[in-house]
Ligand binder design. Structure first.
Ligand code: NAD
Length: 332
């Protein structure tokens, strides 16, 4: 059986593809390269360049790969800030893309879908850690698009029996430990790559947005998870669906929170660099803390994250950033 990976040239998707090949699976990659990189895709994987919302293209990919029995769907826009100014761009690519995909999956009879959802679907939680059953009230169009997509999958399951697992990731950080693939977003908005860009001298200093949050050191607390641990969870989710279980949603995080200042300290320890930083004003829409209760994924899927220490995660990210200061441009 083969697994289709949509968005497999992106940051998390490229780790998924690499991981699948390592475990003897056969990934079929689809990506329109709008934010992804061809060089991020392991050359052993079959690659199709095109858009998930292009039904004729997707029909062809399914037709040429009749062994595909499950789809892992990473393809989306995911910049929270940009989504505030361009909500329709997000609903168009993320939501319409999913509708078109489900239409084609229904036609070709592929009935298993593992989906990248997000902690952003919870909005501002009133307690920690966040459970899957907690209210989902997104505070930006990106998170809203992911919540709408979860709901669309629920109704597509009811009507057409397309079973899904929605995986709600918290903050993803880290890279393949040999430094050959990693995170390369433009613009970069995630804390870990930004800290490491300061370490390598690409940025002057880190701006820490706010030190007056309701947390022990006043800076935001987040829960970090490595892309290979996510990859393992996606494969377990495919297995869970292949075993005939019902659709469900799972948080994926480490269940341990780290503040921005703790991440900075850990990055200084790992890199041995000074990493200048200053406290700046708060940005809108940052919840004090976001920490996942991920015992459901551990119990039901049997997930055991290996990168359970942020130092380990940062070491892998540094292996990538220190050898690719210009991301995949350094590989051309
Ligand atoms: P990314 O931008 O690196 O990867 C997305 C990939 O999808 C890119 O390669 C892009 O070219 C492709 N793509 C986008 N729209 C497409 C379309 N219409 N057709 C074909 N390909 C398309 O993002 P990422 O950080 O790897 O995130 C992957 C998924 O995980 C996204 O759905 C994101 O919302 C979700 N997520 C990410 C994080 C995180 O911390 N990075 C956290 C929670 C959820």
């Amino acid at each position: 059986m083969a697994i289709m990976v949509l968005g497999g040239a992106g940051y998390i998707g490229s780790h998924m593809v690499d991981w699948l090949l390592d475990y003897g699976e056969e990934p079929v990659v689809v990506d329109n390269l709008v934010t992804g990189h061809r060089a991020a895709v392991n050359p052993k994987a079959k690659f199709y360049e095109g858009d998930v919302a292009d039904k004729d293209f997707m029909r062809r990919v399914f037709k040429e790969n009749p062994d595909v029995d499950a789809v892992i769907h990473f393809a989306a826009y995911s910049l929270v800030g940009e989504s505030m100014g361009k909500p329709l761009k997000y609903f168009d690519n993320n939501v319409t893309g999913l509708i078109r995909l489900l239409e084609v999956m229904k036609e070709v009879g592929v009935k298993r879908l593992v989906f990248s959802s997000s902690a952003a679907t919870y909005g501002i939680p009133d307690h920690m850690p966040i459970k899957e059953t907690d209210p989902q009230n997104p505070i930006n169009p990106y998170g809203e698009s992911k919540l709408i997509m979860e709901k669309i999958m629920k109704w597509a399951d009811e009507a057409y029996g397309i079973k899904y697992v929605a995986l709600r990731y918290f903050n993803v950080a880290g890279a393949k430990p040999d430094g050959s693939i990693g995170e390369d977003h433009n613009p970069e908005t995630h804390l870990m790559p930004i800290i490491l860009q300061v370490a390598e001298g690409k940025r002057d200093k880190l701006q820490v947005y706010g030190d007056d949050y309701d947390t022990p050191d006043g800076t935001n607390i987040r829960d970090y998870v490595h892309p290979f641990d996510l990859a393992a969870a996606h494969m377990l989710a495919v297995k869970y669906l292949r075993e005939g279980h019902d659709s469900d949603a799972f948080n994926l995080g480490s269940a341990t929170g780290f503040s921005n200042l703790e991440m900075l300290k850990a990055a200084r320890e790992v890199t041995g660099k000074e990493i200048p930083a200053e406290i700046a004003g708060r940005r809108g829409g940052d919840p004090d803390s976001l920490v996942a209760a991920s015992d459901k994924a551990r119990k039901v899927l049997g997930w055991k994250p290996e990168y359970d220490d942020v130092h380990k995660i940062i070491e892998t990210a540094w292996a990538w950033h220190s050898t690719h200061p210009n991301g995949y441009d350094d590989q051309k």
